[in-house]
Design a protein around this ligand. Structure first.
Ligand code: SF4
Ligand code: SF4
Length: 332
């Protein structure tokens, strides 16, 4: 089902959505485009490359209380956190919707993460096609596309007079204002073409370069800032801590990164990935090999955020090319 919606009708539809649900959409804060809860429709930004942070925080927040333990009248109560309100996540790019589908694999595998499951069940995904590509994007090299609707409920494509709206799922269809939007035969414009990166070629030889000194040389540049993990829509390392306050204990989950020194340290002090090279190699091997072995898909959607934000220019596209050429040399 495809509709054209004018800019005015789009604003009024968003206003209606906000009356009954939480609306999260791209906004501009001090020049940064960020997903935030919308208080006024005017805050929603439609003209942007991509948000600084991916929308994974809507399902796997940077910090979240999993449950609270409270002592009351001599009894100990465990109170699980609950997601109560329906949310519309508006304006996410197709690569980020693919990122959410990849996060589903570990979080929803049995036994599933109940809080993540609640966030997913309560959230409708309204995507926005890319009408231009950033220099860092390479979604088509990892199975995506600037107009990919695979993991969305609704897909919007901006045109001169407003938006072409495609209802992808029944859930998405039910969200649309049927009276306002005339059905159309109009086809969305052709999507732009992102850079091609030889991911398939690198995957063929990745096992051969595991022991190469390449990883420790590359890691000499890494400052372990964890930015690559925090801006990545598919990274999901976390830490869990308990905070006590007057007899009440909260168990809190926070984002972590396999790049953190000590992330894999175990009881007794041994750390199987104590060197920077081993940690950096783990990042790329997990994305390109281990995740795929476990879940059937590589764990990168080609959003380019890690390329853009790494302060020392460690570039996954360059790493993929290096893996390919080192593997070819080693195999010759
Ligand atoms: S590894 Fe980099 S390019 Fe791939 S999904 Fe994560 S942030 Fe995006
Ligand atoms: S963003 Fe760059 S410097 Fe920071 S941890 Fe990742 S690879 Fe290392």
């Amino acid at each position: 089902m495809t509709f054209v919606m004018s800019k005015e009708d789009l604003r009024s539809w968003l206003g209606q959505l906000m009356e009954e649900r939480t609306l999260i959409a791209p906004t501009s804060t001090d020049g940064l485009i960020l997903f935030q809860q919308i208080a006024r429709v005017e805050e929603v930004v439609l003209d942007f490359d991509n948000t600084v942070l991916p929308p994974k925080g809507c399902f796997f927040p940077a910090t979240e209380t999993l449950f609270t333990v409270q002592r009351e009248d001599g009894r100990i109560n465990l109170i699980p956190s609950v997601v109560a309100r329906e949310t519309v996540l508006f304006g996410l790019r197709p690569c980020d919707a693919n990122g959410i589908a990849l996060l589903d694999k570990p979080f929803l595998a049995e036994p599933s993460d109940t809080l993540y499951q609640q966030h997913r069940d309560k959230t409708i995904l309204v995507g926005l096609s890319c009408n231009k590509v950033s220099p860092e994007c390479f979604c088509t090299s990892v199975g995506g596309a600037p107009n990919d609707s695979s993991h969305l409920d609704i897909l919007l494509t901006k045109i001169e007079e407003g938006c072409i709206i495609q209802a992808i799922t029944e859930r998405g269809k039910a969200l649309l204002p049927l009276k306002q939007a005339p059905q159309t035969e109009a086809q969305p414009p052709s999507p732009p073409c992102p850079e091609v990166v030889p991911v398939a070629g690198a995957l063929e030889v990745i096992r051969q370069v595991f022991g190469d000194t390449y990883w420790s040389r590359l890691a000499d540049r890494c400052i372990h800032c964890n930015l690559c993990a925090y801006v990545c829509p598919t990274c999901y390392c976390f830490d869990v801590r308990d905070y006590e306050d007057g007899g009440r204990i909260e168990r809190v989950r926070t984002w972590e990164s396999c790049q953190s020194p000590g992330f894999t340290r175990i009881a007794g002090g041994y750390d199987p990935r104590s060197s920077g090279g081993a940690r950096l190699r783990q990042r790329f091997y997990h994305k390109l090999l281990y995740f795929a072995e476990q879940f059937g898909a590589i764990s990168c959607v080609g959003c380019g955020r890690c390329v853009k934000f790494c302060p020392v220019n460690i570039d996954i596209r360059e790493v993929v090319r290096d893996i390919q050429s080192l593997g070819v040399k080693g195999g010759a």
